[in-house]
Ligand binder design. Sequence first.
Ligand code: NAD
Length: 436
Amino acid sequence: MKHKPELQTGKLGVLLPGLGAVASTFIAGVLAVRRGISEPIGSLTQMGTIRLGKRTEHRRPAIRDFVPLADPQSMVFGGWDIYSDNVYDAAQKAGVLDGRLLDELRDELSSITPMPAVFDRQYVHRLDGTNIKRAADKMEFARQLMDDIAGFRERNSCDRLVMIWCGSTEIYIEESDVHQSIEAFEQGLKDSHPSIPPSMIYAYAAIRMGIPYANGAPNLSGDVPALVELAKQTGTPIAGKDFKTGQTLMKTILAPGLRARMLGIDGWFSTNILGNRDGEVLDDPESFKTKETSKLSVLGSILEPDLHPLLYGDLYHKVRINYYPPRGDNKESWDNIDIVGWLGYPMQIKVNFLCRDSILAAPVVLDLALFLDLARRAEMSGIQEWLSFYFKSPQTRKGLPPLHDLQKQLIKLENTLRHMQGEDLITHLGLDYYQE
Ligand SMILES: NC(=O)c1ccc[n+]([C@@H]2O[C@H](COP(=O)([O-])OP(=O)(O)OC[C@H]3O[C@@H](n4cnc5c(N)ncnc54)[C@H](O)[C@@H]3O)[C@@H](O)[C@H]2O)c1
């Protein structure tokens, strides 16, 4: 890592494969904040502060003053989608933001039109669009994406770029031989190997060009050995998978607290109703399996049933998502948690979260774009585990168990920033406050 990376003032291009609900809410939000008509609530980079030194020193600068983050004013946006709607139309259809707000931003939003996508229905069964590329093989698709990226950079005079996958959740694919090395992967692209879905082709194109890449969906995408190796080789920071927003965010706030007090958990039943296009895609069992795997992974790692078989050994964890069109993007989730206390007495916790999916995801996209750009300038390459804070299924080095506890993830993120700027790390030991 390079300490104290320099501030760069040129334009930062944010490229988004998938210009649907999350992407359009993110772009419209940044434009609204830029004009001073809304506030960036939920964004750590825009609203967060960081403690430096001892508690008694009272040094708490804003994160954006402490590390040299790009200014959202300098962002330009582009992307790809299988539908040719511009971002204004996409936002209208997504129905997340108020029509009056969108109308105020109409000119800027309408000027962002999707480039034709790399897409194959084999990987997302419920969608069918016409704004798609044609090519003889998957390597040719990757080249077309790299041409798109170079063209975007030139047209918009971008100094730097980042790419964040905001496309639909693809079907469940397991890592296999074709993902094990750069050579095998590039051969697989030439052979149009079926285990290389579109999201991996976008990831490859970005990483090959040294463009930081994050994956907001649970599909593998950049999380295979070949692309991790390529990221190290090209000096590219990467992160994933699956934005941590509604129900799983709550789970990774609550479960660490219950475990900290050594309260047992017999069962955790989580169900959701969701009516947006994401919900429609997840209604397909093969896409749902990818999401389910991501959502189920968090409790085991937080509770460590192997260490505490009495408390968590028989935990029954179930996650359901039901597509229910009337709710649109306003997802509702219910959690029933059967917990066990002193002498084995049972208790229950109910959580009913009436959330707005894309409202929770948009600030995550903003923070990831800014932190990944910072990581690139700090010469941090490969997997950026310090960005686990933003993901349901954090990407880590092979064999290294991910951290899911939100507070531990925040400590890791903050200590990474302190380390970058040459400040003392904070361990919370605090014995020195009491030394005579
Ligand atoms: N909203 C959240 O809180 C949240 C949380 C975690 C993960 N996610 C994930 O983020 C992604 C986006 O969510 P959303 O609500 O915006 O969904 P959405 O359906 O509104 O948008 C996804 C867009 O991706 C496009 N797309 C699909 N395949 C593509 C391809 N190969 N190339 C280019 N475009 C493609 C679709 O046409 C669609 O417009 C989904 O995978 C979702 O599971 C969302």
